[in-house]
Design a protein around this ligand. Structure first.
Ligand code: CA
Ligand code: CA
Length: 312
């Protein structure tokens, strides 16, 4: 092949590759990078620790964000909600973000930016808006966000993109047939986090510090870090293990041994599932099957979220 031909081929290849990458992301969301997870079955849980291990079938492909929702993404969506009257900032100095309407919930607590010395919300307030930029830890996952805040983010982003909101903001109930964003079910989360693996961690049975930001000097980050600083799993998802725990859609409940199809958790409960471990966890607590839970109003330094979207 002549040099000219080779150069043309290289250019065409990169053009095609760019178009493919661009359309994969842009087709689903202008704001988020979404990865399509193929339908399939897996063994959910872990023998002795998270029993009973049971067969779960996920019968539909779904999209999941490749990263935890970042401060920049959260600020953009919540600002849209403020502009459109769905959310408002309370306080002239100790700022919190609330949903509006008859049953307002606290979504995000920026107050903790000022008053927490070891971890910070890292979203500022200026002139009635949330501010997050590349200069101010914008690519770190949003924290100090309640389950209500994570669900509200899903609804606001759905409305921004003309999709049907999945959540009833008064009850928190999720309409699983809506076209909009929602939090992953616990089964979707574990299925996506495993990335096709059946091991204790998505990459194998032993801890490997290249894959996740956890605590206790297992890696070079002492607290939350920007997303995508560690290696992705088999599906190309980052930080499913570590960095921040992730809110799931399900109420926390006991597993049953029966095979399940597209499980969505108990109908009611007292706490929502969180998954994945965080920058504060040890490696044992960062196993892919590890379960945890918090009440919906919890706002902490180690819980964030990512979102899923149904495939049409
Ligand atoms: Ca760390
Ligand atoms: Ca995580």
């Amino acid at each position: 092949m002549s040099n000219t031909k080779r150069n043309v081929s290289v250019v065409v290849f990169f053009l095609l590759a760019s178009v493919m990458i661009f359309s994969q992301d842009a087709a689903e969301s202008p704001l988020l990078e979404m990865v399509k997870i193929p339908a399939g079955s897996f063994q959910m849980g872990e023998k002795k620790n998270y029993e009973p291990v049971h067969n779960v079938a996920i019968t539909k492909d779904f999209f999941i964000a490749s990263t935890e929702i970042t401060n920049i993404q959260a600020a953009k969506v919540f600002n849209w909600a403020i502009e459109n009257g769905y959310a408002k900032i309370n306080g002239d100095r100790d700022y919190t973000l609330w949903s509006t309407g008859g049953d307002a919930r606290m979504l995000l607590n920026m107050y903790l930016y000022e008053h927490s010395n070891y971890e910070k919300c890292r979203i500022f307030v200026s002139k009635g808006k949330l501010v997050s930029s590349t200069n101010y830890y914008g690519f770190m996952p949003v924290i100090f966000v309640s389950w209500d805040g994570a669900a509200a983010f899903c609804n606001y982003l759905s409305m921004m993109e003309g999709r049907e909101p999945a959540y009833d903001m008064k009850t928190g109930e999720c309409n699983h047939s809506a076209t909009g964003y929602r939090l992953p079910t616990e089964a979707q989360w574990e299925y996506a986090a495993r990335g096709g693996s059946r091991t204790i961690y998505p990459w194998g049975d032993e801890w490997d510090s290249r894959y996740a930001n956890i605590g206790y000097k297992n890696d070079k980050y002492l607290s939350v870090c920007e997303v995508k600083k560690f290696l992705p799993n088999g599906y190309g998802l980052y930080d499913m293990i570590g960095n921040v725990n992730e809110w799931c859609n399900d109420w926390y409940g006991d597993y049953s041994a029966a095979s399940q199809t597209n499980p969505a958790g108990p109908d009611s409960g007292t706490a929502k599932v969180t998954r994945g471990g965080s920058w504060q966890a040890d490696s044992w607590s960062s196993r892919v099957a590890r379960r945890n839970s918090k009440v919906t109003s919890s706002i902490t330094e180690n819980i964030g979220f990512r979102v899923v979207l149904p495939v049409k």
